[in-house]
Each structure stands twice: as structure tokens, then as C-alpha cells.
Design a protein around this ligand. Structure first.
Ligand code: ADP
Length: 431
């Protein structure tokens, strides 16, 4: 191996000696040596140029020269080229396998660029979103035209969006599709599309059933309430009948509250609730709630402390925002012991504005926190004293907040109290 560099060096030395001899014979030693060196440099440059042209060609064979330093460099370049070709083949193979795998997925998969242009999609996505091969490279929002989908693409919430499926000319029968987006690679996104027609139909049946049943129960309950009130009035001093009738009255009131709340939830779920985007002053909301609830708090020897600047306004619906505050403050009153303090305040953080209700009550164990906004979810150990709750209040709060693009965050520690934070995006409030 070491022979080749030596040979190259020896040839250079021999060439130089011959140049010196020739120069001496001709009487121009310096000129002949300079000419020889210039020739040598030009030769080396032309060799380098050949190497460069060969290195750039995709062909890994036919090394231009094997001897000398350039020869060794060429062998090294050839090795790297071969490795690169092998790696490329392996990536191509893996990519092909991945594509085959994704094409048999039951869900639709679309690869999007960061500016939402379609890069690739599988057959299922083509069926569910009615995409054609020629749509590759097009922005997806120009092909899937749905206001909720367009809105989804701007915020990309984790829980996705459900929209009516685009109508296909084929007999493919998806009516509703759920769309989610996952970050994928550095500059791509993965859009997952699922046919949720059956689940949505079952959901709709459940909603219709609850809404119809609640409607049907409203009238008989009003009649019952009327008779119970009449009987109560005529048996006020009757020790035998008055106590059981009072219990019946309480239960009827609880059922009426539950039905009203179920109907409110149905309206919210159906998106039928009246929406309004007027500026609502938070201080005046609090004053209204204070008038409603201060007497109850005083009965429980609790103090309501409001700390809201007069200039805070939320863009939204006043009735909805009152419902949110009423539910949160009533809960704080109901689930706090005598002498407790309930603090209602406003703060601004990096995400937006936060309206919060903080109590010094018994607190909530962490295992319940994620389930509190489910319908009818009540915590048995917290409800020993407060038995009239329906378990629907926080579900309503969550829905009312969603109408304002706001989120409910619950923090609590057993024995220390709870904090319910309503987080509004910055475009929803002004200070
Ligand atoms: P309800 O109060 O009618 O039972 P909610 O949906 O408002 O229904 O609340 C669900 C459950 O969460 C309540 O039953 C209660 O156990 C618990 N909870 C709500 N707010 C608080 C609070 N501030 N402190 C402790 N527990 C609470």
C-alpha cells in the first residue's frame, strides 16, 4: 500500500532531476524547472477536475485512476458512493413498505406540508375526503370546504373535529368523518380521517332520547309540583303529613332542576343555544351573582370576595357567562365548610385571560378531576351534606365555555380547597 505514494514521489523527483539536467544542457536551469512545475500543476489540476466530474456522476464504478493520492481519494469516494446508494435503496424500500402498510389502514391518512398542501394520501382518505391523484400539491382547505374544518386548520385542537363527509359521486356511504392532525417530521403533518357515521348516529339517538324524555317529563312534573304545593299549604300544621310532603316537594324540585339542566345541555350540544358576541362586563356579572348568592353564603357563614377590575370585558353571551359563574360559585358554597372564603378573581397569563373561583373547601381527590365535567358525575364522599346536586352543573359550565372558545381547568388538593379556572383566549376579552 505504501509503495504507491513512494512511486508518485519518486517520479516527481526523477522528473525534477531530468528538468534540471535539460536546463543545465540548455543553459536555462531556472526557466526549465519553472516550466516543469507549471506543467506538473496543470496536470494535477486536470486530474482533480476529472475526479470532480466523476465524483458528481451517479455511477459508482469506473474509477478514473487508481494510483497515487488522487487514486486513493477516488477509492474512498467510491466506497461512500456505494454506501449512499445502498442507504437510498434501503430508505426507498422502507418507504414503500410504509406506504403499503398505510394503504391497508382502515382510516384515511393524508400527509400535509406545514402550509397544508397535500403531499400524499392513502386510498381510504381518497374515499372519505373525495380526493383525486391530481389533488396532490393542492391546499387541503380548498378541496375539503367546510367552515368547521377551515377553523380547525387554524387552531388544530388535539381532540380533532367532526364534519359532514364531502359528498362523493360513488356509493361510498360515510356521512360524518372525524379529522385529527398529528405533527409528523420537521415540516409535515399527518391528517387522520375516520368514518364516525355509526358512532354519530348512536350519539344523535342518545341526545334525541334525552331531549325528548326531558320534554315529556316537564309537564307531569309541573302538575305534581302544583298538587304537592297545594297539599303542603293545607297541611302546614299537620305533623304526620307535612314532613313527607316536604320531602316529596324537595325531590320534585330536584327533578325539575335536572330536567331543565338536561334540556339546557341538549340545546348546547345541538348548537341551538343563542349565541352573542357582545362585550360583557365581568365586574357587573359578578355584582349580579353576588346579589343572587350572597344570602346563601351568609347562611353558611362563608365570605364571597370579588376582586375584579371594572374595565374587564369578555366578548360573549351574558346569560352563558352568568350560568358559568353561578354554577362555580354555588359549588364553592355547597362544597365548603362553614367559615370558608370564596375568592373570585381575574388574571392574565401568557395564554389569555383567566376568570377563577377559588375556595377553601374540602378539595377533590386527583382521580376525580378528569371526570368532573361528565354528566351526572358526583363524588360520593363530597356530597354527604349537599344531596340535592344533579351532577350536571360542571358539564354545562364546560359546554358554555366551549361556546366562548374557553377552557375549564380544575386544580384541587384534598383538605386545601379547589380552584376552577375559565381560560379565555386573548381575542375574547379586553382590559
Ligand atoms: P352538582 O354540584 O350538581 O353535584 P357539578 O357538576 O356542579 O354537580 O359538580 C360535580 C361534582 O364535583 C359535585 O357533585 C362535587 O362532588 C364536585 N365538586 C364540584 N365543585 C366542587 C368544589 N368547589 N369543591 C369540592 N367538590 C366539588
Amino acid at each position: 500500500m505504501n509503495q504507491k505514494p513512494k512511486r508518485e514521489r519518486n517520479m516527481l523527483i526523477v522528473g525534477l532531476i531530468m528538468a534540471v539536467l535539460l536546463g543545465w544542457l540548455m543553459g536555462y536551469i531556472a526557466e526549465i524547472i519553472v516550466l516543469f512545475l507549471i506543467g506538473y500543476i496543470i496536470f494535477q489540476f486536470s486530474q482533480l477536475d476529472r475526479l470532480h466530474v466523476w465524483a458528481q456522476s451517479p455511477d459508482a464504478d469506473n474509477i478514473p485512476f487508481e494510483d497515487g493520492a488522487l487514486g486513493r481519494l477516488a477509492v474512498h469516494i467510491q466506497r461512500c458512493k456505494k454506501q449512499r446508494i445502498e442507504q437510498k435503496e434501503s430508505v426507498k424500500y422502507q418507504l414503500e413498505r410504509f406506504r403499503k402498510l398505510i394503504s391497508v389502514f382502515p382510516d384515511g391518512v393524508v400527509i400535509l406540508s406545514l402550509s397544508n398542501e397535500i403531499q400524499w394520501f392513502n386510498d381510504q382518505a381518497a374515499k372519505l375526503l373525495v380526493l383525486k391523484k391530481r389533488d396532490t400539491g393542492q391546499p387541503i382547505n380548498q378541496l375539503v370546504r367546510h367552515p368547521r374544518f377551515t377553523q380547525f386548520l387554524t387552531h388544530m385542537p388535539e381532540d380533532g373535529v367532526i364534519i359532514e363527509a364531502p359528498i362523493a359521486e360513488t356509493n361510498f356511504s360515510a356521512e360524518k368523518v372525524e379529522i385529527r392532525v398529528l405533527p409528523y417530521g420537521d415540516d409535515e403533518r399527518l391528517l387522520l380521517v375516520r368514518d364516525v357515521t355509526k358512532v354519530e348516529r348512536a350519539n344523535q339517538m342518545r341526545k334525541d332520547f334525552v331531549s325528548n324524555a326531558s320534554h315529556e317529563l316537564r309537564t307531569p312534573l309541573t302538575v305534581m309540583k302544583g298538587y304537592v304545593e297545594m297539599l303542603l299549604a293545607s297541611t302546614v300544621d299537620d305533623n304526620k303529613y307535612a314532613p313527607p310532603l316536604q320531602k316529596v316537594d324537595q325531590q320534585v324540585i330536584k327533578m325539575q332542576t335536572m330536567i331543565e339542566e338536561l334540556l339546557a345541555l341538549s340545546r348546547l350540544e345541538e348548537g341551538k343555544a343563542e349565541s352573542s358576541n357582545k362585550l360583557v362586563n365581568v365586574r357587573s356579572l359578578c355584582e349580579q351573582i353576588k346579589l343572587e348568592l350572597e344570602a346563601v353564603a351568609q347562611e353558611n357563614e362563608q365570605t364571597l370576595i370579588f376582586d375584579i377590575a371594572p374595565n374587564i370585558n369578555i366578548k360573549g353571551n351574558k346569560i352563558s357567562l352568568l350560568t358559568v359563574l353561578r354554577n362555580l360559585i354555588s359549588n364553592a358554597i355547597n362544597y365548603s365548610a362553614k367559615g370558608g372564603e370564596i375568592y373570585i378573581g381575574w388574571r392574565v397569563n401568557e395564554v389569555g385571560g383567566v376568570l377563577f373561583v377559588k375556595d377553601t373547601g374540602k378539595g377533590i381527590a386527583s382521580r376525580h378531576l378528569s371526570r368532573l365535567t361528565e354528566r351526572f358525575y358526583r363524588i360520593a364522599e363530597n356530597n354527604v351534606l349537599h344531596k340535592t346536586g344533579t351532577g350536571l352543573g360542571l358539564a354545562i359550565v364546560k359546554h358554555e365555555l366551549e361556546r366562548h372558545e374557553a377552557r375549564l381547568i380544575i386544580d384541587s388538593k384534598v383538605g386545601e380547597g379547589s380552584q376552577f379556572q375559565c381560560c379565555f383566549p386573548s381575542e375574547r376579552f379586553s382590559e
